[in-house]
Each structure stands twice: as structure tokens, then as C-alpha cells.
Ligand binder design. Structure first.
Ligand SMILES: Cc1cc2nc3c(=O)[nH]c(=O)nc-3n(C[C@H](O)[C@H](O)[C@H](O)COP(=O)(O)OP(=O)(O)OC[C@H]3O[C@@H](n4cnc5c(N)ncnc54)[C@H](O)[C@@H]3O)c2cc1C
Length: 805
């Protein structure tokens, strides 16, 4: 066995083998895969081998598309068969909401280059004759759906990797991973030790155990999953004898997926009475056995399936496959550099290894070899969970994810499991005021405040929800008087030290503020992609406060640590510093009565340290509402005292609390972008307009400078624009296609209703050549075309006089 290697990949399931192959594909040939048994000895060997592109996250869907197209490449490289059956697949809709969701997915696929189609019940009957289409409104057909041989495919990845120079050691169990002072790893196995520059955890069912060897908790655990293979089904045998194949049918109402297997059928279920497996750890002696059949838990699912697929009722059962596979709390993989670790990478929690494994391998290999991925991977980045995550949270969330795998997922939906978990000292006060809660990065966040008898629950919907009136009231309070909103869901960092300014100048693209001032700045990757959108305030020459997205804390923290310089201290104070923003025409009056210091000369973008009531605060004159506003930060123990004084003094001036729904409407009035909607690593500063905050004048070689300069000189190909959309009751959410002259020319990044202007607004990208005031386009919302007009004047305070005045 080799004793040194550039990369040691732990785990020879489909994911580990894909990572290994992609590393060689990108040019790293000194790579080793360590497998404790034979390849495929975890979940991989008993997978049903189905694959599909459908995924609520656009980037995940694109990577699934990549995975599926990769199989032919693997067959060509290796001469091996992956056992591919590109039979196509249909997802059924038995109610309007589900049909709306499929139409929205279809719309997204138009600019992703995926050739899906909406089909009628008659077409479904013809194409997938085992389906009883009673009650079916239609479906989404995806020609890329199909199935393969899980073992053959894994071995094809392995062979392709070997051809690229990789080594594979089977019967080689990793028992320790010990990091050296220089950041490299001693990977101790039962066959000896390998010194590796990088370690990849692709331990699948044992990813938690492998992670624990390095002191890392991976938020995942296995769930039991069962599918049934039938004896010959005459209808299927006839299709085969006629030279055809039956397509896949996903029946979300029955929580089942069905496909042809030999001359019979194979059907699997995501049943409600599901069971977690090995929650406290996967036994090392598990691997080649299946779990005991459990028909009780799928009894209802089978009864439903008999109605939808009547041919099943008379088919004999040939075999039952019941095995475990792992899930993260949101069902997406955990991929990337593990925050807080050097040279330790995750390729875990891949619950659909044959739909996602190729994309996971490609993204991880790009990250390792090239330093960044070609697209935004946040939906699968292991940094989307912070160190707040616990096994006690993971367990109910994983169960919820399994149970809702086939549910309609609504843009405004707040899933209930494991909540409330993390709350601030304001929780009970807001609860008493009618708060309707959402969750962000594990934290309870007030979405809006219900009044009187209004339900304390927002109805999940693709259309305007019952939160509409509350959001309108809260917006009106901000625009006409003053609103107050808690600042807990900001990621906050304190940067201190003699080199603080120099360091910030290097990692941020914008100009750093003078003492007592704020600045807005993008943070760029080396390739000039947006990896952060920060507000920075300078409290003194050696102390800065940074605020950004709360949900991106681990993501940003990982970047800060990777790029840290001597003479700089950085603290994540997101959960120890909180406060309130007050915004609206009366905001200054409220603040003035709460402090003995004179704030009349406090200008837009000033920062001051003020005593507000009893609390010592950092006060920034800025507001994401686009209104006259202040962000008032204090330490957490002072939060309620700060609230008391602001609320008491705010009452005579008409102060009302406002939540995230109103905030998202208010920011649309000014076309302000939002992190992971308009601003994400998929886009650049010049495309989004954030280049106005880049300081090309500063002489610092800030990260991403060369790419930003090149784009400044060449100009971006597309631009973020605002549109006024004529809709009925469904506003733009994200990724709806923008049509011009019968062609898709762009897509939306977000949208919603401006309660202030009483207009439906969308933000989205179109080619630079089309960016003309008044451009008339159509935006496809839930499968219907809606006229839209490009607008450039903000809907509120267009000259900024209120915000700056
Ligand atoms: C019943 C069932 C049906 C399924 N159907 C489908 C389907 O139709 N389509 C689909 O895409 N997915 C399906 N899946 C899911 C799919 O099986 C998984 O997504 C996939 O197998 C995960 O692969 P992996 O490589 O991450 O993990 P695993 O397959 O679990 O591989 C991990 C490997 O790591 C090795 N290992 C662990 N620890 C060590 C160590 N310390 N040292 C050395 N080696 C180690 C293990 O021996 C194992 O071989 C199904 C799963 C089940 C249970």
C-alpha cells in the first residue's frame, strides 16, 4: 500500500468513487480510495438505481442533469456497462397545487436547458399504461429519467479513476485520522498508515463515525427504506416483447416511485410511518445484509399504489429490498471543505447517489483542485449548517425530510419539526404580540405579526398567502410612521487589531470606511464571483463591525479563517450581539427621545456609540427598508432593556413591529438585492450592479480584483433589472423565465408584492442589450405568461431624500 498521497478518499460507495474519478479528471492522479470491504459495501449495493433531474434547488437540478449525462461518458472511457435505461419519467399531479409546482419546475427547466414537458392525463395513459389516471390533472415528463445498475456504475467510476492514475485499496478500514501541525493527515488503517495532504470523508452509512475520528459532527443519520420487486407483470412483458420499455412514474400523492424491473415492476415508498435507523451510530459489522422486511409501515402506501397501478395487485412479490441510507436535515448532500478544519472535505449525506453522485464528485473536485466551484453550491455546502446543529435537532428534521420528500414544497412554507429550537430574549414578547414564526439557520425569526383573530399560521401557497394583509399593515407602519424589527438574524463579526483595516481592504472589494462611517462592499472569490455582501462600520482604527447574511455564518467564517492575516482578530458575534432596526419617517424622533446624545447631525452611513436607554449601543444610520432608519446593536443581555425603551417611546409616534415578510416587500420598493437571491456565487458584482461598491481606486490587490477589472473592461453579458409584472394572485418567487419575442432571454432571481406601491415586482437577469427602460417582456409564473415592464426608478424615495435626509 502507498504510504503518501495527495488525497485519501475514505469510502468506496458510488460517491467516493465519483469523487476519486473527478479528482483524476481534473488532473490530480496521486489519489487513493480506502474501502473497508469491497466497493459498494454501504447503501450503494442495494439502491434501486433510479435517477432523475427534478429538484427544488435549481443548481442541484443542474448537477443532477450533469450526473445523468455523465454515465455515457463513463461507459465510453471504461468500456464497462452502467446498465443504463433512459426510459423517461413522469411525475403525477392529482391536485392543483401539485400541478402548479410542476409547472413552476417546468418553467425553470426552460433556461436550464432541460427538455421537460407538461403532459395531459391522456398522454400519461398512453405513455405509462400501468397508471390509473383517475383524478390526475397532468404530469411533468422528463426524458432524462431512468435507471441503471448501481454496482456496475460504481465499478465504472472506479475503473475510470484507475485509468486516470488513482489507486483503490479494498479491505482497508480507516481507524484513525490524525492531523499533523502542518495541516496534513495521517490516515491510519488496518493495513498501515498513509500520509495524505487532504482527506475526503465519503463514508456514507459510516460518515458520522469517520467524521468523529477527526472530531467533526456530521448532521445526518440513516433512514430505513424499502422497495418491492414483482414477478412478471403481463402488461410490462407485452411492452418488452414489442421492443419497448415502460417509463418511471413518480406518484407524490402515494409517496411512491415505480419503474420496470426485468419483466415486472419495482415500487418504492417514502412512507409516513418511517423509521430512522442506527440513530446513535452505524455498526461496523453492518454492510452486506438487508433489514428485515417491514410491510406494516408501508401497508397504507401499498393500498394506495394498488389503486394507482392496478397491475400491482395481482403481481407476485419476487423480492423485497429494505436497507438504510443517510439524510441531512434538509435532504441535500453535505459537501465541501468542513468549516473549522484544514484539508478535510465532506462528500456525505448523498441520499440519491445515482442522481447526485456525479455532480457531488465534480463540485468537490473543482473545490479541491481549482479552489472554487463553477456554480453556487450553497444548497449542498456542509457550511449551510453552523456549529449550533445537534443530533437532537438532526433526528426530527431528517424524519420530517423523509416524510415530506414527495410533498408539495411551497415557497413560503415553514416546516415545523425541531422548533422552536434557538430563540432570542424577544421570543416570548413577540409571541405575546402575535408573531408568526419562521426559522433561519435554526433560529426563530418573526415573519409577521397576526392581529386579533387572524390565525397564527401562514398557509403554505404558491399564491399570495394569508400573511398578505399583515405584511401590508407592517409596511404601512414603516412608510408612514416607524417600524421596529429585531436584528438577531444578521451575521455579525467584530474585527480588531493593528492589521484589521489592511486585512479588510484585502478581502473586501469595496472601500473601507473612515472612523465613524459605514460602507457597503461585496466580497469576491478569486474568480470575481460574489461570496458576500457586507455592511462594514469603523468604530475606531482598530475595530470594525461587519454584518451580512445570518444563514451564511459558517460559509463566511470558513473564508475568513482561510484568508486570515497576522495582527487581526475576528470574532463571530452573531448570537451575542443583537438589537433592533427602527425605520420610517419617525425613526429619528424615536431614537432622539431614547438617548441623551444629540443625533440631529448623524448623517446617512454614520456609525456612533450611543447610550440608548440603559444600553450601550452601536448605532448605524442605514436601513434595508430603504427608509430613514437606524440599526441599533447591543449585547444580548441588554436586549430587553433596549426593547423596552424603544417600544415605550415609539408608541406615541405610531411604532409597530414588522417581520421578514414586510422587510422583503420594503426592500423591493428600492430594488435592493438579497443574499442568495440576487447576490450569490452564481453571479458577479458587475452583473448585479454591486460593482458600484467596488473600489478600483484603492491600490490593494483585493481578492477577485483581476477578475473584477477584466469584467469592468469587457462589460457583463447580463444585468440585474427590475420589472413591474401584471399578475393576478401569484407573484414571482425565483427562477421564473423571462420571455422576449417568444424566446427565453433571462430569469427572475426573486420577486413579490410591493405593498407600498401596490405593484407586483420581479428582479431578474436579462442580456445587457435588452436593458432599456420600458422593455416589454413576459414572465412565466405557474405556467402562465404575464406581461412585465422593465423599470429603473425605485418605487419609493427615488431621489433618496428620505433615506439620506
Ligand atoms: C433501499 C434503497 C433504495 C435506494 N434507491 C436509490 C435510487 O433508486 N436512486 C438513488 O440515486 N439512490 C438510491 N438510494 C440511495 C443510495 O443508495 C445512496 O444515495 C448512495 O448509495 C450513497 O452512496 P455513498 O457512497 O455516499 O455511501 P455508501 O454506499 O454507504 O458507501 C460508503 C462506503 O464507505 C465505506 N467506509 C465507511 N467507513 C469506512 C472506513 N472507516 N474505512 C474504509 N471504508 C469505509 C463503506 O464500506 C462503504 O462502502 C437507495 C438507498 C436504499 C437504502
Amino acid at each position: 500500500m502507498k504510504t503518501t498521497t495527495r488525497v485519501a478518499v475514505i469510502g468506496g460507495g458510488v460517491v467516493g468513487c465519483s469523487v476519486l474519478y473527478h479528482l483524476t479528471k481534473l488532473g490530480w492522479s496521486d489519489v487513493v480510495l480506502l474501502e473497508r470491504s469491497e466497493l459498494t459495501s454501504g447503501s450503494t449495493w442495494h439502491a434501486a438505481g433510479g435517477f432523475h433531474t427534478l429538484n427544488g434547488d435549481t443548481n442541484m437540478a443542474a448537477l443532477q442533469g450533469y450526473t445523468i449525462k455523465l454515465y455515457r461518458e463513463l461507459e465510453e472511457i471504461t468500456g464497462m456497462s452502467c446498465g443504463l435505461h433512459h426510459v423517461g419519467g413522469i411525475t403525477l399531479a392529482d391536485n392543483q397545487e401539485r400541478f402548479d409546482m410542476l409547472k413552476a419546475e417546468r418553467a425553470k427547466h426552460r433556461f436550464m436547458g432541460l427538455e421537460t414537458e407538461i403532459v395531459t392525463p391522456e398522454e400519461i395513459k398512453k405513455f405509462a399504461p400501468v397508471t390509473n389516471t383517475d383524478g390526475i390533472l397532468g404530469g411533468l415528463y422528463d426524458p432524462l429519467d431512468g435507471h441503471l445498475d448501481p454496482s456496475g456504475t460504481t465499478h465504472a467510476y472506479a475503473k475510470a479513476a484507475r485509468l486516470g492514475g488513482a489507486t483503490i485499496e479494498t479491505h482497508c478500514k480507516v481507524i484513525e485520522t490524525n492531523q499533523r501541525a502542518d495541516g496534513t493527515w495521517d490516515v491510519v488503517t488496518d493495513k498501515g498508515t498513509i500520509h495524505a495532504e487532504h482527506v475526503v470523508n465519503a463514508g456514507g452509512l459510516w460518515a458520522r463515525e469517520v467524521g468523529a475520528m477527526a472530531g467533526v459532527y456530521f448532521p445526518l443519520h440513516p433512514m430505513e427504506h424499502q422497495y418491492i420487486v414483482t414477478d412478471e407483470v403481463p402488461m410490462i412483458a407485452d411492452i418488452i416483447d414489442a421492443g419497448g420499455e415502460h417509463p418511471h412514474v413518480m406518484d407524490p400523492a402515494g409517496e411512491s416511485y415505480l419503474r420496470q424491473e426485468g419483466r415486472g415492476l419495482c415500487i418504492g415508498f417514502y412512507e409516513q410511518p418511517c423509521k430512522p435507523w442506527a440513530v446513535d451510530g452505524t455498526p461496523w459489522d453492518f454492510g452486506h445484509e438487508l433489514l428485515q422486511d417491514d410491510f406494516d409501515k408501508i401497508e397504507d402506501s401499498i393500498a394506495f399504489a394498488y389503486k394507482r397501478f392496478p397491475a400491482l395487485e395481482t403481481a407476485g412479490v419476487k423480492s423485497v429490498i429494505h436497507g438504510p441510507f443517510t439524510f441531512a436535515p434538509d435532504g441535500n448532500p453535505l459537501v465541501g471543505p468542513v468549516p473549522g478544519m484544514r484539508n478535510y472535505w465532506s462528500a456525505c449525506a448523498v441520499m440519491a447517489g445515482f442522481s447526485q453522485g456525479g455532480g457531488v464528485g465534480l463540485m468537490l473536485a473543482q473545490w479541491m483542485v481549482e479552489g472554487e466551484t463553477e456554480r453556487d453550491t450553497f444548497a449542498m455546502d456542509c457550511a449551510r449548517f453552523g456549529d449550533w446543529i445537534t443530533p437532537g435537532y438532526t433526528r426530527p428534521k431528517v424524519i420530517e425530510n423523509y416524510q415530506t420528500r414527495f410533498s408539495v414544497s411551497y415557497p413560503n412554507e415553514e416546516l415545523p419539526a425541531a422548533r422552536p429550537f434557538r430563540t432570542t430574549p424577544m421570543y416570548d414578547i413577540f409571541e405575546g404580540m402575535g408573531a408568526v414564526w419562521g426559522a433561519q439557520y435554526g433560529l426563530e425569526v418573526a415573519n409577521y405579526f397576526a392581529a386579533g383573530d387572524e390565525p397564527r399560521y401562514e398557509t403554505p401557497s404558491f399564491r399570495r398567502s394569508n400573511a398578505f394583509d399583515a405584511a401590508a399593515r407592517e409596511v404601512a407602519a414603516v412608510r408612514n410612521a416607524v417600524g421596529i424589527n429585531e436584528l438577531h438574524n444578521f451575521g455579525k463579526y467584530r474585527v480588531t487589531g493593528a492589521n484589521a483595516r489592511t486585512w479588510l481592504d484585502r478581502i473586501m472589494a469595496g472601500r473601507m470606511p473612515k472612523v465613524g462611517r459605514l460602507s457597503l462592499t461585496p466580497m469576491l472569490s478569486a474568480r470575481g464571483r460574489l461570496i458576500g455582501d457586507f455592511t462594514i462600520s469603523c468604530l475606531n482604527e482598530e475595530e470594525f463591525q461587519l454584518t451580512a447574511s445570518y444563514g451564511s455564518q459558517a460559509y463566511h467564517w470558513r473564508w475568513f479563517l482561510k484568508n486570515l492575516d497576522d495582527g487581526v482578530n475576528i470574532e463571530n458575534i452573531s448570537d451575542t450581539r443583537s438589537g433592533f432596526q427602527i425605520a420610517g419617517p419617525k425613526a429619528r424622533d424615536v431614537l432622539q427621545v431614547c438617548t441623551r446624545q444629540d443625533i440631529s447631525d448623524m448623517k446617512f452611513m454614520d456609525v456612533r456609540q450611543l447610550s440608548v436607554g440603559m444600553a450601550d449601543c452601536i448605532v448605524q444610520r442605514v436601513s434595508y427598508t430603504g427608509d430613514l432608519g437606524y440599526e441599533i446593536f447591543c449585547d444580548l443581555p441588554s436586549l430587553r432593556a433596549l426593547w423596552s425603551v424603544l417600544w415605550r417611546e415609539g408608541q406615541p409616534l405610531g411604532m409597530k413591529p414588522f417581520g421578514m415578510r414586510a422587510m422583503m416587500s420594503l426592500r423591493l420598493d428600492k430594488f435592493f438585492g438579497s443574499w442568495l437571491r440576487e447576490y450569490s456565487p452564481d453571479y458577479t458584482a458587475a452583473e448585479t450592479g454591486l460593482d458600484r461598491f467596488i473600489s478600483f481606486k484603492k491600490d490593494t490587490p483585493f481578492i477577485g480584483r483581476a477578475a473584477a477589472e477584466a469584467e469592468r473592461d469587457a462589460g457583463p453579458a447580463r444585468k440585474l433589472c427590475a420589472f413591474e409584472v401584471s399578475v393576478d394572485d401569484a407573484d414571482v418567487v425565483a427562477y421564473e423565465p423571462i420571455w422576449l419575442d417568444g424566446k427565453v432571454v433571462g430569469f427572475c432571481t426573486s420577486g413579490g408584492y410591493s405593498h407600498h406601491a401596490e405593484k407586483s415586482i420581479a428582479l431578474g437577469f436579462v442580456p445587457v442589450g435588452n436593458v432599456v427602460e420600458g422593455l416589454k417582456v413576459e414572465i412565466e409564473v405557474l405556467g402562465k405568461m404575464h406581461p412585465a415592464v422593465l423599470i429603473s426608478a425605485p418605487l419609493f424615495d427615488a431621489d433618496g431624500s428620505r433615506m439620506r435626509g
